[in-house]
Design a protein around this ligand. Structure first.
Ligand code: HEM
Length: 510
C-alpha cells in the first residue's frame, strides 16, 4: 500500500516537474523560434537575473542589451519567463509610441482598484479608463495652470536657498540628493497634497518616510513588482498588494482630511489637489465611451475619494524623485564645468530683475543645460508598453499580443552614433542651430506620444526655478567628498547616484 502511494507521489511530482520544464522551455525558446536576435534567459529570472538580484541598475542592464543588439532594430529578451522586446530603432520607436499607439496604449503594470486603491493611478491604469482620465487631467498641466502655481514654487525655492546656506555654513559640502530631495518633496507635497511640507527642517518627516518606502523597494517588494509584470492577473486574483498598508493609510487619511477641510471652510487653492477636487463632482463628458474601465463599466465616471488619492499619490511618486535627481545631476555637471556654470550665471543674472514664468522658461542656455542633463542622466531609464493585439514588425514578423515592449532611453542617449562623445556634457547639442541634428525619437527623457509624461512642464519649471535660486547666490564646486566616477544605485526604480553627490556651495559676493 505504502509502496504504491510512494509510486503515485513520485509519478505526480515527476509529471508536474516535467510539465513545468516543458512550459518554461517553450516560453524561453520563444525568440529563437521566431528567428529574432535575443538575449537568452534561464529559470527563474529570464534574462534579467542581475537586475532582479540588485547586481546592476536598470539603466546599465538595458544599455548592455542595447549595445549587444548593435545593428538590430529590436532585440528579444525575457522578464522572468515573459517574452519582452527591446526596441532600438528610432523609427520603430516612433511607430510604437505614436503612430500605432492604439496597440500600445497600456504599460501592462499592476493595478487593483478594489484591494489596492492607490495603485489605480494614471501611470498604471489601462484602456478607455486611462484615456478618459488623461483627457480630464491634461488641462491641469497647461502653461496657464503652471503660471498659477509658479508663485508657490518660487516661494519654496527660497527655503531651498536658505537651507543650502545653512548647510554650506557648517562645512561647505552639501549632499545633493538630500538637498534637492527636500525641495522636491516640499514642492510636490504642497501642490499635490495641499500640505505645507516641513521637509527642510524635519530630518525624518512622515511624508519622506512614506515616499521612500515606495521608491526604495525592499527585495520582497521588488520581486512582487517583477512578478506583477509577468502574472498580473494571478497577483490581483490572490489579492497581493503592492502598496504597503502604512503608505495607503497615510495618503488616504491625508487626502480625505484635506478635501473635508477645504469643502467645510470653502477654501480653494491654486494647486493640483484643487483641480482634482473640482473633478470630484463633474462627470466625464464621454461617459458612454468607457467600455473596459473595470469597475466603471456602465457607470457615470466622476472621481471618487480613492481616485483622487491615487492621482495625488502618483504625482508625488512620479514627480518627486525624477525632478530632484535631475536637479542633483545638473548641479554636479555645473560643478564639473565652471565655464558652463559662469555662462549660465550671466544668463540668469541678466533675467533676474523680473524672473517671471515666461522669462525663466525662455532662457535658452538654461533650457539647453537641462536637456543635456536629461540626456546624460535620464531619471527614467526605460519606457514600457505592452502590445494589446498582434503587431506586424517592419520585417513582417508578428509580435503576439501581451508582449512587454521596452524602449531603452538610457541606451539611446549614450549611443555615440546618435550623440557623439556621449559621456561628455555638451549643452550645445540642444542649441537652436544644432537641434535639427538630433534624430527624432532618440532623446526621450519624458517619453513621447499620448502617454508621455503629463507633468513635464511642471517638472521643468520646478528644476529651472531651483537652479536659478541656487546659482544666483552660490558658486558650485566639487568638494573633497565628491565621489567620482558617480556610481549608479541598483536598488531603485529610477536612475540615481549611489551614496549621493557631494558638492561645495560657495556664497557669491555681490
Ligand atoms: C524631470 C522630471 C520628470 C521626468 C524626467 C519624468 C519622466 C517621465 C517619463 C519618462 C514618463 C513615462 C512616459 C512614457 O511612458 O512615454 C512619465 C510619466 C508620468 N509622469 Fe513624469 N517625469 C517628470 C516629472 C513629473 C512630474 C512633476 C509629475 C507630476 C506632477 C509627473 C507625472 C507623471 C505621470 C502621472 C505619468 C504617467 C502618465 C500617463 O501614463 O498618462 N512627472 N514621466
Amino acid at each position: 500500500m505504502i509502496g504504491s502511494l510512494g509510486w503515485i507521489t513520485t509519478t505526480l511530482i515527476t509529471t508536474t516537474l516535467l510539465t513545468l520544464f516543458i512550459f518554461l522551455k517553450r516560453k524561453l525558446d520563444f525568440w529563437k523560434n521566431l528567428g529574432v536576435a535575443y538575449i537568452p534567459g534561464s529559470f527563474p529570472f529570464g534574462s534579467i537575473r542581475r537586475l532582479a538580484t540588485f547586481q546592476i541598475s536598470t539603466a546599465e542592464l538595458f544599455k548592455e542589451f542595447y549595445d549587444r543588439g548593435e545593428g538590430q532594430k529590436y532585440v528579444g529578451y525575457y522578464t522572468l519567463f515573459k517574452r519582452s522586446l527591446m526596441v532600438r530603432d528610432p523609427e520603430l520607436i516612433k511607430n510604437i509610441l505614436v503612430k500605432d499607439f492604439s496597440t500600445f496604449v497600456d504599460r501592462g503594470v499592476y493595478h487593483n482598484l478594489e484591494d489596492d486603491p492607490l495603485s489605480g493611478h494614471l501611470f498604471s491604469i489601462e484602456g478607455d479608463y486611462w484615456k478618459n482620465l488623461r483627457n480630464k487631467l491634461s488641462p491641469t498641466f497647461t502653461s496657464g495652470k503652471m503660471k498659477t502655481m509658479y508663485g508657490t514654487v518660487k516661494d519654496l525655492s527660497v527655503n531651498l536657498r536658505n537651507y543650502a546656506k545653512q548647510k554650506a555654513a557648517i562645512d561647505g559640502s552639501v549632499e545633493m540628493k538630500n538637498l534637492t530631495g527636500r525641495f522636491g518633496l516640499d514642492v510636490i507635497a504642497n501642490v499635490a497634497l495641499g500640505l505645507e511640507g516641513n521637509n527642510f527642517n524635519d530630518e525624518n518627516s512622515v511624508m519622506k518616510r512614506m515616499t521612500e518606502m515606495m521608491i526604495r523597494p525592499t527585495f520582497f517588494q521588488y520581486m512582487k513588482t517583477l512578478m506583477s509584470l509577468v502574472c498580473k492577473d494571478f497577483i490581483i486574483y490572490t489579492r497581493i498588494r503592492l502598496t504597503p498598508k502604512p503608505v495607503e493609510d497615510f495618503f488616504m487619511r491625508l487626502v480625505k482630511k484635506n478635501i473635508e477641510y477645504r469643502e467645510k471652510m470653502g477654501i480653494t487653492r491654486k494647486d493640483f489637489m484643487q483641480l482634482l477636487i473640482d473633478l470630484k463632482d463633474t462627470s466625464f463628458p464621454n461617459d458612454k465611451d468607457i467600455s473596459n474601465g473595470e469597475r466603471h463599466k456602465g457607470e457615470k465616471l466622476t472621481l471618487t475619494l480613492e481616485e483622487i488619492a491615487a492621482q495625488s499619490f502618483v504625482f508625488v511618486l512620479a514627480g518627486f524623485e525624477t525632478s530632484s535627481v535631475t536637479l542633483g545631476f545638473l548641479l554636479y555637471e555645473l560643478a564639473s564645468h565652471p565655464e558652463i556654470q559662469e555662462k549660465l550665471y550671466r544668463e540668469l543674472e541678466a533675467g533676474s530683475a523680473d524672473l517671471s514664468y515666461d522669462v525663466l522658461l525662455n532662457l535658452p542656455y538654461l533650457d539647453m543645460i537641462l536637456s543635456e542633463t536629461l540626456r546624460k542622466h535620464p531619471p527614467v531609464p526605460i519606457l514600457q508598453r505592452q502590445s494589446k493585439g498582434d503587431y506586424k514588425l517592419p520585417d513582417g514578423k508578428v509580435l503576439p499580443a501581451d508582449t512587454l515592449v521596452i524602449i531603452p532611453v538610457y541606451g539611446l542617449h549614450h549611443d555615440p552614433k546618435l550623440f557623439p562623445n556621449p559621456e561628455k556634457f555638451i549643452p550645445e547639442r540642444f542649441s537652436k542651430e544644432n537641434q535639427d541634428n538630433i534624430v527624432p525619437y532618440s532623446h526621450l527623457p519624458f517619453g513621447e506620444g499620448p502617454r508621455n509624461c503629463i507633468g513635464m512642464r511642471f517638472g521643468k519649471m520646478q528644476i529651472k526655478l531651483a537652479v536659478a535660486s541656487i546659482l544666483l547666490h552660490f558658486r558650485i564646486e566639487k568638494s573633497p567628498k565628491t565621489v567620482e566616477p558617480i556610481l549608479i544605485e541598483n536598488k531603485s526604480f529610477t536612475y540615481n547616484a549611489k551614496g549621493g553627490i557631494w558638492l561645495k556651495l560657495v556664497e557669491r559676493k555681490k
